[in-house]
Design a protein around this ligand. Structure first.
Ligand code: HEM
Ligand SMILES: [Ca+2]
Ligand SMILES: [Ca+2]
Length: 357
């Protein structure tokens, strides 16, 4: 693989926030984009039913087409909505289950912070939230009070996986939205890029996910971007050694150090997590790990550790297998802590605000 030297595109936007995207293989400039700082009482037929593929077949048979029209348009207008929404789905499911708790806005005048305000959610992009707002409002206009935000998020994440070139898998529906969203519930539930593999394995296990699921789901890092702060330690002072992480390819190290200088790095600079094909949902992510081209320590750790290396090698060699396993793992993640029925949940009118059914 040939790596060209990095360039330093800089764009100034009319808005105060801007992104610089630097890949080591090509230079991509992102259009200006804001950074995230972040039902009616129609009786749902069979409100307590188990989740199923046909859940809305009578109450809103066109729900997937409706969401699909929004995700398709978003993908054209702002492709970053793809990784943004997939990550949003993950961060939702890992805190209080897949119940759209991540979508709730703080009430004006209310001091208590909601999930999206938590430190570990600071990098969730606005585009993910906006996609769900648009999809929900279209769905509400056709099937008022029927479809949960949690189901819309699940469908949208699947759509974006497929739109970016990944597998199309069916999703079960029937989640209700959560009645609770507090920042204090987030801590400890969202993995960190410098978490040890032991910690990651334990955390995923508490969500009912196996080591295989974890490695497979990490394959979502085949698209999307990360800010310098998440990998800076690897570039200059790995585990307090004052040296770079030996598991960073020297060419990648050089490139990343230029994008993210040790002192005075720009908090808006982002780098692709999959350094080879950041816009394509493929299995290149796993091959990169083998070549020491993983961006986050938590990515590279999957190759370094003997418990996960065989899975990385297998998925890196077999795109079909990765696609099949990814769909299955997303379904599994999508059933974490699901709430059913109005005793435990709600169907919101607007995904950012509690209340509805
Ligand atoms: C295994 C533990 C994981 C860790 C430690 C981790 C950590 C991170 C970090 C630090 C970022 C960069 C955020 C930023 O700087 O803006 C990121 C991005 C991303 N993560 Fe993960 N992640 C993990 C698992 C997952 C899973 C399971 C999924 C989904 C199935 C996922 C989907 C994504 C996506 C799509 C992005 C790109 C977001 C964007 O470009 O806006 N991650 N992750
Ligand atoms: Ca949640
Ligand atoms: Ca890729």
């Amino acid at each position: 693989m040939s790596l060209s030297p990095p360039h330093f595109p800089r764009i100034t936007c009319s808005s105060s926030t801007f992104f610089i995207v630097i890949t080591i293989l090509s230079v991509t400039i992102f259009p200006c984009s804001a950074k995230s700082s972040d039902a009616a009482s129609a009786t749902h037929r069979g409100g307590h039913r188990q989740m199923s593929y046909e859940y809305y077949s009578k109450s809103c048979p066109q729900v997937e087409q409706l969401v699909g029209s929004v995700t398709g348009q978003q993908f054209k207008d702002a492709p970053i909505s793809g990784p943004a929404t997939i990550r949003l789905f993950f961060h939702d499911c890992f805190v209080q289950g897949c119940d759209a708790s991540i979508l709730i806005d703080t009430k004006p005048g209310n001091k208590e912070l909601v999930e999206k305000d938590a430190f570990d959610n600071r990098d969730l992009r606005l585009e993910g939230f906006e996609t769900i707002d648009k999809a929900k409002s279209l769905v509400e206009s056709k099937c008022p009070g029927v479809v949960s935000c949690a189901d819309i998020l699940t469908i949208a994440a699947r759509d974006f996986v497929h739109l970016a070139g990944g597998p199309y898998y069916q999703v079960k529906k029937g989640r209700w939205d959560g009645r609770i969203s507090t920042a204090s519930n987030v801590s400890g539930n969202i993995p960190k890029p410098n978490s040890t593999l032991d910690h990651l394995i334990t955390l995923f296990a508490t969500k009912g996910l196996t080591i295989e699921d974890m490695v497979t789901l990490s394959g979502a890092h085949t698209i999307g971007f990360a800010h310098c702060e998440h990998f800076l330690g690897r570039l200059y002072n790995y585990s307090g050694t004052s040296k770079p992480d030996p598991y960073v390819d020297p060419r990648l190290l050089k490139s990343l150090r230029m994008s993210c200088p040790e002192h005075g790095w720009n908090p808006d600079v982002i780098s692709p997590v999959d350094v080879t094909t950041p816009f394509l949902f493929d299995h290149a992510y796993y091959g990169n790990l083998e070549a020491r081209l993983g961006l986050l320590a938590s990515d590279e750790a999957l190759f370094i550790d003997q418990r996960t290396r065989p899975i990385v090698l297998e998925l890196g060699n077999d795109k079909g297998k990765f696609f099949q396993m990814f769909g299955a793992a997303m379904e599994k993640m999508g059933s974490i802590g699901v709430k059913r029925g109005r005793k435990h949940g709600e169907k919101r009118k607007v995904c950012r605000v509690h209340g509805g059914v």
